[in-house]
Design a protein around this ligand. Structure first.
Ligand code: 13P
Length: 361
């Protein structure tokens, strides 16, 4: 393990008000999102879409690192350039999802355990040779109907900590992602209580496994009411609950916190990130960044629609979301930011349409 490298990489991932582009959907998840947007779920479409994302001009102004999937880290641009080279040349640090997904937990109906520890040291060594410098492991915790069980929390916290220890041994920064899911009728207060319990369990295990917190990024959920909860709290309440929860459970030595979006709309995720970064009366020992997948990609995916004529407009949509989230990190995001974004997005769409019409003529 190279402790100094780990600390430098972890700090670089959350520096400059930038964030992470999570583009590590498994083939199954990526295909599902394609299906939902009317895009054919083929390997070539997955490759073309990921090429669109990583070749977005100016992306590194807002994005410090990109999380890839096993298929993606081996893929190339149409001209033959390896994706990983494109990222490194652009100054974006490549990362890789290394968990192999969730399975039903034995004896605990409705709960999941994340797998992927088998062969992990060998896979990490290969990914490092390919150029990856950080990794990601996600666990999911459901809330409601008596869940989560302590067994589910403990088992997932244990595997997250073992994964993190393997990563640091391989000189890869671990992104530790314990996610309390948004689905359900639970209140924000219930989410707060479970998120805090989960984070305490995770940090107990990280301590037990001897993981160096200065070389680690936490990727938590924001503290939110369930999607079907009758009371949807304000952006301000969410920011306060999220910060209080993190302050109670996350040691100050952690290099940074980069939120997942979890199915929030792109605008709401930015507004909440902004409010979290605006609460200056609460001390914050760590940078509070973003590591969104859906909340940063979805507009671009819908605009692209699997057609090369839409690439430029889709890239602008991605860039706009990335820029909005950079503003949010600085506590400078507001309705105007979004309006300006929409205006330039509109311009991009119009120019795209004009080009298309020219082609048709
Ligand atoms: P979302 O931002 O869509 O929740 O995805 C983050 C992620 O990386 C899931 O593992």
């Amino acid at each position: 393990m190279n402790a100094e490298d780990l600390i430098i990489t972890a700090a670089a991932l959350v520096a400059g008000n930038k964030g992470l582009l999570a583009m590590d959907e498994s083939n199954v998840t990526c295909n599902k999102r394609f299906d939902n947007s009317g895009i054919k779920p083929t390997e070539e479409n997955r490759r073309a879409y990921r090429e669109l994302l990583i070749t977005t001009p100016g992306l590194s102004k807002y994005i410090s690192g990109a999380i890839l999937y096993d298929e993606t880290i081996r893929q190339r641009k149409e001209d033959g350039t390896a994706f990983i080279k494109v990222l490194i040349d652009e100054g974006i640090i490549p990362g890789i999802k290394v968990d192999t997904g969730t399975k039903n937990m034995p004896g605990h109906s409705g709960e999941k355990i994340t797998e992927g520890l088998d062969g992990l040291p060998e896979r990490l060594a290969e990914y490092r040779t390919l150029g990856a410098r950080f990794a990601k492991w996600r666990t999911v915790i459901s809330l409601g109907g008596g869940l989560p069980s302590r067994a589910c929390i403990e088992a997932n916290a244990h595997s997250l900590a073992l994964y993190a220890a393997y990563c640091q041994e391989a000189s890869m920064v671990p992104i530790v992602e314990p996610e309390v899911l948004m689905e359900g009728e639970h209140t924000m207060e219930q989410c707060h209580q479970v998120t805090e319990e989960l984070l305490r369990a995770v940090f107990n295990q990280l301590y037990t496994q001897g993981v160096m917190l200065e070389g680690l990024i936490l990727k938590p959920n924001m503290v939110l009411p369930g999607l079907n909860c009758s009371k949807q709290n304000t952006v301000h309440d969410v920011a306060e609950a999220t910060l209080n929860c993190l302050l109670r459970a996350v040691p100050g030595a952690v290099a940074g916190i980069a939120f997942l979006s979890g199915g929030q709309s792109a605008e709401l995720a930015s507004a909440r990130l902004n409010a979290i970064n605006s609460k200056l009366n609460l001390k914050r020992p760590w940078p509070l960044a973003f590591s969104f997948a859906r909340a940063i990609q979805q507009p671009a995916l819908e605009i692209w629609h699997g057609e090369s004529k839409n690439i430029e407009a889709a890239q602008r949509a991605l860039l706009h979301r990335a820029q909005c989230n950079q503003f949010a990190r600085a506590g400078e995001y507001n309705a105007n930011t979004e309006l300006q974004n929409q205006q330039s997005l509109q311009d991009a769409l119009v120019s795209n349409r004009l080009q298309t019409n020219e082609c048709k003529d």
